[in-house]
Design a protein around this ligand. Structure first.
Ligand code: 26Q
Length: 825
């Protein structure tokens, strides 16, 4: 045998050995943990046996990573986030250890199917949308790039609600994702800490210094659970540490002995609700006490843990900036700043100036929204009652900041108030971040510009050097390799597989955009993915869709600014044109696919879901359009459902009112999978458009500058559009003429009234009518291109080839170079 044959044989042999190990581990676990065999085990037990087998493989690397960090002097990142939208882990972890093929084969030799086993796992849905999923992509990249980092958050007992559609309405169901256990987490009771609420502060003197003592407080125990975060082909396994709230008391024995069993467990329940639920509002602030409790809970636990660890390692806390960076993911964990000050001063004996100096060096902040309804402002009185010592510190930060601002801006009281940490009886969390953090960043170029020029203009004038842009990204491992393995295979066959870790290499695909053979294979894969999604939709919705139709996809949280309603108007328009014989019915078959959850208390968003479903009902059951239009609302949009949809999409809807979407990341996932974007010049669309060129994207509508001028003018101008544009009028009127609300003509009145009359003299807040005509044109251009597969596929391939920039690896490298300055392990 020649050399290469021997190598091949060796590889084959070792593959056989690995398969054998996998098989024996799985059957061993079934036996030891469940007293079952492959033949008798339930799906659940098989899944668990697989997960435990994979976990064993990761454990060793995880332990080594820990030991390395413990003994080294490396700087570590703590990424504090209220949300981590991880999704499933089994297949992702198998992929990361490069064993997808051996596992698939080993399982199939046991008569099992990895793709089915994978579906047993509950999504870890510990987030609402973009911000939470971004945190998950970032963890993947940090591990892949071998940068030492910890994700820190809350171990919610219930993830984001499950969505059922009943009679067209969203109905929320709990998501007890931990009910049957979590194979990936490890409880670390040894690292439990106490968190103190309420009570009073006593002053006393020690060594001639005034000191503060917190007394009469209520205690909640924070108990950490760690999940391993593997990276792709990486030695480093990072940790996601999620805190669970526990009561210090098992039960109240006094009540128990009195026979009042309900009262006996009440305190315990009250303490433990802290980590029970994830707030389902996205981009919307409500000053709920429990939310503030949650914020302080995980942030205090995390800071205590960080400092204890540094001390254990023998580090002087003065040197903290050498060893620690703490990232604040939106303002939600901001209370970490005064909590850090509190511990440094009250427990570690630092003076204000020293502690403040360190705080300024270790904290960095990312802003994810400019929607004012999302900006957090907590009533001072609430902070005082719940966190009396933290409130004192916040007031002192405010006092000092006001002195500083006073020197800068003299008598401009309004400006000083606007910039202060406390004003009108509220703690302004963004201002607390802006004052303290050494770095402030937006999540796309346009967004960062808006922060500098508008939202945080005054702070930008004081600290221009703090402001940075880091455009978001998504992990190409989960979002192509896992979600679209066939496309990943085709790409690797063409350009090699370096793109998996160096996504910029996708640019080498560009030369295949005109290669007929490649284009054909590319189209075939898209078609197979569409068939697969069609099958899912058939089963889930009972709707038959045509895999040859244009799959036009809008998947994201339901929010008025994201303008799902504008998409609906386009559908209504097409429906009307066909049924009224105004359009060549044969033009183009289209399938409109929506996936979206609405916050349970967001009435208008829920009404839009009902409208989508009513339009679907009418359109899907009208024989006149039946071969041409289909509308599908996919229930319970989640990470796992997103993975199914992105691979099958042709057209990606990114149609927010310009200036409102900070970045968007769904746009990136869809682009990576060869969908073309139809969108406004908003968020990262601006960068997508620059990269692919105007001929490979369908851009329309008002710019951010134009929308900003319209808002400033106080008039939307939508009234004129409505009265002058017959098409707009026709579509808008269909909301109230019973076409889509047979039994209740009033059902969509509110949507109609907002567009035509508005509130406080401003109608159509999100400027749908102003953009409608341009949107129709852009949709028409897309449809025209789609009927020419040669052209369409060329454009799609160019989109994939330019998507490398939107890898979260690039985002993380940007953060690291500009902000954290960590070293690779
Ligand atoms: C705040 C206070 C009280 C209750 C809830 C909240 C809250 C919760 C979630 C506020 C905001 C969020 C989520 C925001 C979010 O997901 N923003 C998105 O972040 C993405 C990642 O940067 C961007 O791509 C999106 O443009 C942005 O909307």
């Amino acid at each position: 045998m020649n050399n290469s044959n021997t190598n091949k044989a060796k590889k084959q042999q070792s593959k056989e050995t690995i398969k054998k190990q996998i098989k024996s581990s799985i059957s061993g676990k079934l036996r030891r943990y469940f007293a079952k065999t492959v033949e008798t085990a339930t799906d659940e037990q098989i899944y668990k046996a697989c997960a435990m087998t994979v976990r064993d493989e990761i454990m060793d690397k995880w332990a080594k990573s820990r030991e390395n960090l413990e003994s080294g002097n490396q700087k570590e990142l703590y990424y504090l986030s209220f949300e981590f939208l991880i999704g499933r882990s089994l297949a992702n972890n198998i992929m990361n250890i490069l064993k997808t093929e051996v596992y698939s084969e080993a399982l199939s030799e046991m008569g099992l199917d990895l793709s089915k086993i994978e579906e047993v796992e509950n999504d870890a849905g510990l987030g609402n949308g973009g911000l939470g999923r971004l945190a998950a992509c970032f963890l993947d990249s940090l591990s892949t790039l071998e940068l030492p980092a910890f994700g820190c958050g809350i171990r919610y007992e219930y993830g984001l609600f499950k969505q059922k559609i009943i009679d067209g309405y969203q109905v929320e169901m709990p998501d007890p994702w931990l009910e049957s256990g979590n194979a990936w987490e490890i409880e670390r009771p040894e690292d439990s800490v106490e968190i103190h609420y309420n009570g009073r502060i006593e002053e006393y003197y020690e060594d001639n210094r005034m000191k503060f003592r917190h007394v009469d407080y209520n205690t909640v125990i924070g108990e950490p659970y760690d999940m391993p975060i593997s990276g792709y082909d990486s030695k480093l396994v990072n940790t996601l540490r999620l805190w669970r709230a526990r009561s210090p008391q098992v039960i109240n024995m006094a009540e128990f002995n009195r026979g009042d069993y309900a009262m006996a467990v009440k305190d315990k329940e009250l303490a433990e609700v802290v980590s029970q639920i994830l707030y389902p509002e996205d981009n919307h602030y409500e000053g709920k006490l429990l939310r503030l409790k949650q914020q302080y809970f995980f942030v205090s636990a995390t800071i205590q843990w960080i400092l204890a660890k540094q001390k254990r390692r023998g580090h002087n806390l003065c040197d903290l900036p050498k060893y620690v960076q703490i990232h604040i993911n939106d303002t939600h964990p901001t209370i970490a700043i005064p909590e850090f000050m509190r511990i440094m001063m009250d427990d570690e004996g630092f003076g204000w100036d020293e502690a403040w100096d360190i705080a300024q060096k270790i904290f960095a902040y990312t802003n994810h929204t400019i929607m004012c309804e999302a900006l957090e402002r907590w009533p001072v009185s609430m902070v005082e009652t719940l966190l009396p010592r933290v409130a004192m510190i916040v007031k002192e930060i405010d006092r000092r900041q006001r002195l500083f601002l006073g020197e800068k801006f003299g008598g401009d009281a309004a400006k000083i108030d606007y910039m202060s940490v406390i004003s009108n009886g509220n703690v302004n969390m963004a201002n607390l971040c802006l004052t303290t953090c050494h770095s402030i960043n937006g999540v796309a170029e346009l967004h960062t510009e808006i922060l500098k020029k508008e939202t945080f203009r005054d702070y930008y004038s004081v600290y221009p050097e703090k402001f940075k842009n880091v455009t978001n990204g998504v992990t190409p491992r989960r979002w192509i390799l896992k979600a679209n393995p066939k496309l990943a295979g085709l790409i690797s066959d063409a350009i090699g597989d370096s793109w998996i870790k160096n996504a910029e290499d996708l640019k080498n695909l560009e030369k295949f955009a005109k290669d007929e053979a490649f284009k054909e294979k590319f189209a075939e894969i898209k078609c197979e993915n569409k068939k697969k999604l069609a099958k899912y939709i058939q089963k889930a919705n009972g709707i038959t869709i045509d895999p040859n139709s244009l799959f036009d996809v809008q998947i994201k949280r339901l929010h008025e600014y994201k303008r799902q309603l504008l998409k609906v108007f386009h559908i209504i328009y097409r429906y009307k044109m066909i049924t009224e014989n105004k359009e060549q019915a044969s033009l183009l078959p289209e399938t409109f696919i929506f996936g979206a959850k609405a916050a349970p208390g967001y009435h208008t968003a829920k009404l839009i879901i009902k409208l989508i479903n009513n339009v679907a009902e009418v359109v899907n059951n009208d024989p006149r359009v039946n071969d041409i239009l289909k509308v599908v609302f996919v229930e319970n949009y989640s990470v796992s459902i997103a993975e199914k949809i992105v691979a099958a999409a042709n057209l990606s809807e990114q149609i927010s009112t310009a200036g409102k979407e900070a970045s968007g990341t769904g746009n990136m996932k869809l682009m990576l999978n060869g969908a073309l974007t139809i969108g406004t010049m908003d968020g990262a669309n601006v960068e997508i458009s620059r990269l692919v060129g105007s001929e490979n994207i369908y851009i329309f509508g008002l710019t951010a500058e134009e929308t900003s001028n319209i808002y400033a003018s106080g008039r939307s101008g939508s009234g004129e559009v409505y009265s002058q544009n017959a098409v707009v009028k026709m579509v808008v009127d269909s909301l109230i003429d019973g076409t889509f609300s047979k039994n209740n003509q009033d059902l969509f009145q509110e949507l109609y009234r907002e567009l035509v009359f508005g509130r406080n003299g401003f109608s159509d807040q999100y400027l749908l009518l102003r953009d409608f005509a341009a949107y129709l044109d852009a949709s028409h251009s897309a449809a025209k291109d789609f009927v020419n597969p040669g052209l369409w596929n060329q454009k799609a391939i160019i989109n994939v080839s330019k998507a490398g920039y939107f890898s979260s690896d690039r985002s993380i490298e940007d953060y690291n170079r500009q902000i954290w300055k960590l070293e690779k392990l």
